[in-house]
Design a binder for this molecule. Structure first.
Ligand SMILES: NC(=O)c1ccc[n+]([C@@H]2O[C@H](COP(=O)([O-])OP(=O)(O)OC[C@H]3O[C@@H](n4cnc5c(N)ncnc54)[C@H](OP(=O)(O)O)[C@@H]3O)[C@@H](O)[C@H]2O)c1
Length: 338
């Protein structure tokens, strides 16, 4: 695999062998296969980021068979800018590959001022999807998600809005994110009754965040719904990045992100022990963290972030070793539960 920085600014041609090495997994009971590793654009793709780096990350990903790019209305900063940049790069580099891509967006968190730019009303979801399509220059997204549960809007209204977007041709499939198992089940039942089955659930899942193991993964399996795990590297904590301190160019060092230095410091003893286990397995910690999630075939894909093409390539190597022996599983569990 290689970094795709062929710097001809106008002409990008994906490499011919891009599908040779990637593993694709079926998303629940659907017709869709997703790459085992997908790329999220939450960070590193906004107006404050370097567009050429972003472009090389996308090219590198696509050249390695990563066919799924995940966005949301408010990714940036500022809000909307990741979609706008992605739209620009899609037009420049990927227009001819649109039918080889699964592009997702979401609405559910704060997006615009006033009572209609947040949470789960039909008004918000439909308007937000229209805005996302405009920013990305797309006729449709492949997956449109409700980003988080809204306790004050009837679930029928929110799921009805997702179904409506599919019927309008603005989304091919729908998903939900951050829903607990019981509410997810209700959402699946409503969507099924409307004739738009839920394709996928996007929960936070990593070695450091294992809530999905209690009920959610079982519920998804029972309903034939796929699972794409977000922040599988715990925003970079499950990599070698922080072992010797907090680098200046890291997410934890930048003030405006959701990763606090104190969080990293609290996890450091576990990070170091996990790193040791990874080395004994012949992997980097980031690779082991991804392999560990993918050993469960109920996990369709892991949705990583990357601030450079090299990080992405590093992480793709996790696919070369997905098996764990009992001793490794036990040692990892001991560290995680200590
Ligand atoms: N549905 C939701 O509510 C929700 C919430 C959050 C995220 N998401 C989705 O999930 C995607 C991924 O989330 P995430 O960015 O938090 O995922 P992550 O994969 O846990 O963290 C990505 C960060 O880890 C570091 N990293 C990655 N590979 C590395 C490597 N090999 N070596 C060293 N450091 C490495 C980089 O940090 P540095 O930038 O510090 O280099 C990178 O930006 C998002 O883009 C978004 O699509 C969804």
């Amino acid at each position: 695999m290689r970094i795709s920085d062929k710097t001809n600014p106008t002409e990008y041609r994906a490499v011919e062998d891009r599908y040779d090495e990637m593993t694709y997994r079926r998303c629940g009971n659907s017709g869709i296969l997703l790459p085992a590793i997908s790329l999220g654009l939450w960070h590193n793709f906004g107006f404050l980021d370097n567009l050429e780096v972003a472009r090389n990350i996308l090219r590198t990903a696509f050249d390695a068979g990563v066919t799924h790019f995940d966005l949301a209305n408010n990714y940036g900063p500022p809000y909307g800018s990741a979609e706008e940049n992605f739209g620009l790069l899609l037009k420049r580099d990927f227009a001819r590959y649109r039918d080889e891509l699964i592009i997702s967006s979401k609405a559910g968190y704060d997006m615009w001022a006033g009572p209609y730019g947040n949470l789960g009303s039909r008004k918000y979801l439909v308007a937000s999807c229209d805005q996302s399509l405009k920013r990305m220059g797309l006729d449709y997204v492949d997956i449109f998600y409700h980003h988080r549960p809204d306790p004050d809007t009837p679930l029928e209204e929110t799921m009805g809005a997702l179904d409506h977007l599919v019927r309008q041709g603005k989304a091919l499939y729908v998903g939900i994110s951050n829903y607990p198992a019981d509410l997810a089940q209700q959402a699946f039942d409503i969507l099924k009754s409307l004739g738009t089955p839920c394709l996928i659930h996007q929960p936070k899942y990593s070695m450091f965040e294992r809530w999905v193991e209690d009920d959610l993964l079982g519920t998804l399996d029972d309903n034939g719904v796929g699972c794409i795990a977000f922040s599988p590297l715990a925003q970079g904590m499950l990599t070698n990045k922080y072992i010797d301190g907090i680098p200046e160019d890291s997410r934890a060092a930048k003030g405006m992100t959701y990763l606090e230095k104190s969080q990293v410091e609290a996890q450091l003893p576990k990070i170091k022990q996990l790193h040791q286990i990874a080395v004994e397995r012949g992997q980097k910690l980031s690779q082991m963290a991804l392999s560990w999630l993918l050993k469960d075939d109920r996990v369709t894909s892991v949705l990583i972030g990357a601030s450079s093409p090299n990080q992405l390539l590093d992480n793709l190597e996790s696919l070369e070793k997905l098996e764990f022996d009992e001793d490794e599983i036990r040692k990892i569990d001991e560290v995680l539960t200590s």
